[in-house]
Design a protein around this ligand. Sequence first.
Ligand code: TMP
Ligand code: ZN
Length: 410
Amino acid sequence: MNKDFIHKTLCHSCEQSNFAEILNLGEMPLANSFLEEKDLDEPDKKFPLVVYFCKDCGLVQLLDVVNPEILFSNYDYLTSASKPLVEHFTKMGGDLSGKFIKSKNDLFIEIGGNDAVLLNAIKNKCRVLNIEPAKNVAEISRQKGIETINEFFNKELAEKIVKKYGNAKVVVANNVMAHIADIKSVFGGIRVLIGKDGVFVFEVHRVSDLIEEGNFDQIYHEHLFYYSLFALNNLIRQFGLDIFDVEPIHMHGQSMRVFVGKDKPISKSVTEFLEKEKDIGLDKLDTFLNFSEKVEKRKIELTNLLDNLKKQNKRIVGYGAPAKGNTLLNYFQIDNKILDFLTDTTPLKQGLYTPGTRIPIFHPDKLKEMKPDYVLLLAWNYADAILEKEKELREQGVKFIIPAPFVRVV
Ligand code: TMP
Ligand code: ZN
C-alpha cells in the first residue's frame, strides 16, 4: 500500500457491498500516534473513522484502511506494562500448552506476540516463535531470548515458516485479528501453519461490547473489525476451518477466546454462544442503528460532569494513555484545558503527548506528587485492579471518574 490509507468498497469477508453506516466519528487522529514535543507545532494527521455493518455476512468493519506500515511499524504499546495482562497471558500460555503441547519439539507460534509475555512463560516447554511487525517491540522480544520474526504475517510468510520450522501445534493471536486488513491472507496463512491437527486460538474484542455496553472508545483505525461469533464463523468457514470452542473473556471490555481447527468435535458452547448472539440481535442491522444515540448520551454525561468540576476549579488528570482513551478524548473534545496530564506505566509513552488533544503523559509517580481532585480512568477495562492498586490515593480523597460502561465517580 503506497498511500496513507485506502477506502475499500467491498466487505473484507464476503466481498459484497451491501453496507449500512452505523457510526461516524468524523476525521480522527490515529489512536496510537502519540506526539513528541517537536511535533506539537504541526497539525495532527487525521483519517476518517466510520463504522459499517455488512448486511450480507454481519461483519462490523471499517472501510477506510490506514496503511499498516504507518500503524504498526513502530508501536508504543507493551503488554508487559499492564499487570492484569501479564497475569492473563501467562495463565493463557500455561493453559494452552497444558492442553495442546505434547513434546518439547512441538512448535507454538504467536502472531503479534508483542514483548513476548505469553511465549516467555512457556519457552521451556516447547519451541516458540513470535511474529511481531513492530521493529522496536520485536527487538524487546528478542532481548528476552525469544526467536522473533519482524514481519507482517500473511500466507506467504506462513509458507516460509512451515518450510523452515514445520507445522505448528498451536498458533495464538491475541488482540490482533481485528487489526489485520488482509484478513483472508491471515486465515489462509493460519490454515497453512496448523496443518492437519494444529489449533489456532485467539482472543478478540466482541461487537457486543459496543452494543450492550456502549464502549465506542474501542473504535479506532487499528480496529478494522468488531466481531460477533456469527460473522467470524462466516469468515472462518471460507477456509475449511471450524470454530470448535469459545469462551467469553473480560479483559478489554467484552472479548472472546476462540478455538479454531480442522475436523475437531464442536463444543456445545459454540452453539450456545451463537444462540445468545441471535437473542441480542447481532445478526440484524436494526440492533446497530441506535448505537450512535448511546454514544451521544455518554458524551453529554461525561462532558457535563467534567465542565462542572472545572467550574469549581477542581484539578483533573487522566489515568492510563490507552489507544481507546484517544478515541474518547478526541470525540468528546476533552483536551489539555480539561486534563492537566495523563499517567501511564508504559515507559515508551512517558514524555509524549496525546494525538489531537495534546495532553502530556507522565510516569505514574506524578500522581502522588500532585494529588489531583479527580482522576479520569481512561484504562477503564482494568478498573478493579487499578482501584485496588490506588487505594492509598483514594483514601487521601482523590476521586476516580470511570467513564464506562456508564459514567460514575468512586
Ligand atoms: P490497554 O487497555 O489497551 O491494555 O491499555 C492500557 C494502558 O494503560 C497501557 O498503556 C498501560 C496503562 N496502564 C497504566 O498506566 N496503569 C495500570 O495500572 C494499568 C493496568 C495499565
Ligand atoms: Zn460481508
